[in-house]
Design a protein around this ligand. Structure first.
Ligand SMILES: Cc1ncc(C[n+]2csc(CCOP(=O)(O)OP(=O)(O)O)c2C)c(N)n1
Ligand code: SF4
Ligand SMILES: [Mg+2]
Length: 288
């Protein structure tokens, strides 16, 4: 862990009002450490707006703007186009948005960026619900999870963001997780170096929305990867490559039992969730 932080560029202030144990805070610190000071960030409403700040105050030492929930990618594309007209090819433009702002409300703007091949880095931190407005379900909320709009558990599967990116055949897309920060940072660097749109979909533990002890964020993220609930992989130049393959998938109950959002599930519903995750994992492996 020390190795990761000793080169921190300190672009994010301390004392940000994110909840204790928030995965998002860890992600924004690591992403900006890799991208560096020569970065302009676009943040929509959501928990990430805790970092863009309030009024004249910000928690970030880089230039940025807080946009709307539905057009983060369009803002980023416009800023990039403006820089290019000025002859500035060196500044990285980063869109940093939640799952609601990405897979639901902002998907149209993101699709436009991917189709036009705008050279931006798009990070979707995925805490699997609209957390900032009271834990409403999004299309990234997984099967069975309780949210305030899915009180008896979500009865459909999550949307597959990277497959949507693959359908646009962008040069680089990858999943990542706080379970493996070395892998996450390597992927951020690749995204920065990509000549065209690059998309990172990052699994983001949220103690407040998922209902777990604030000390367990990393443990839960690791369980997600080892049970197959979150697959770490890259899509690069048209080819998918798995970044980490568990030797054997652990039972999904190891992941579910740590979180309040799944505590209503009955035995048969846990089996349903297990089946969905295992079959998705095997389908993914068969398509490599
Ligand atoms: C068009 C629009 N609809 C609703 C809102 C209210 N709103 C602000 S933040 C937010 C939640 C965003 O969720 P997500 O993108 O997943 O980020 P998180 O809060 O989970 O970090 C919502 C619904 C808004 N700002 N704009
Ligand atoms: S609600 Fe979740 S994502 Fe938002 S600040 Fe708290 S822990 Fe982080
Ligand atoms: Mg969210």
């Amino acid at each position: 862990m020390y190795k990761i932080y000793k080169d921190s560029k300190g672009l994010v202030a301390h004392g940000v009002s994110a909840c204790a144990g928030c995965g998002l805070e860890l992600i924004i610190r690591n992403v900006l450490d890799v991208l560096g000071e020569d970065t302009i960030i676009v943040i929509p409403p959501g928990c990430s707006a805790l970092f863009s700040g309030f009024g004249k105050e910000t928690a970030l030492k880089i230039a940025g703007i807080q946009g709307n929930l539905e057009n983060t990618a369009a803002y980023a594309a416009g800023i990039k186009a403006g820089l290019q007209i000025q002859g500035n090819e060196h500044t990285t433009v980063l869109a940093f948005a939640g799952d609601g702002a990405t897979v639901d409300i902002g998907i149209q703007a993101l699709s436009g960026v991917m189709e036009r091949r705008d050279k931006i880095v798009y990070v979707c931190y995925d805490n699997e619900a609209y957390m900032n407005t009271g834990i409403q379900g999004s299309s990234s909320t997984p099967l069975g999870a309780n949210t305030t709009t899915t009180p008896t558990g979500k009865n459909t599967s999550r949307k597959d963001l990277i497959k949507i990116a693959e359908a646009h055949d962008i040069p680089y897309a990858a999943t990542a997780s706080v379970a493996n920060l070395v892998d996450l940072r390597k992927k951020v660097q690749k995204a920065k170096d990509t000549d065209g749109p690059a998309l990172l979909h990052i699994h983001t533990p949220c103690p407040t929305g998922w209902g777990f002890d604030t000390a367990k964020s990393i443990e839960i993220s690791k369980e997600a990867v080892n049970t197959g609930a979150w697959i770490l992989y890259e899509y690069e130049a048209g080819v998918r490559k798995i970044s980490y393959k568990p030797k054997e998938l652990r039972p999904i109950s190891n992941y579910l039992k740590l979180q309040g959002r799944f505590k209503h599930l009955k035995e048969n519903e846990i089996v349903e969730v297990q089946d969905e995750i295992v079959s998705r994992f095997h389908k993914f492996m068969s398509e490599l």
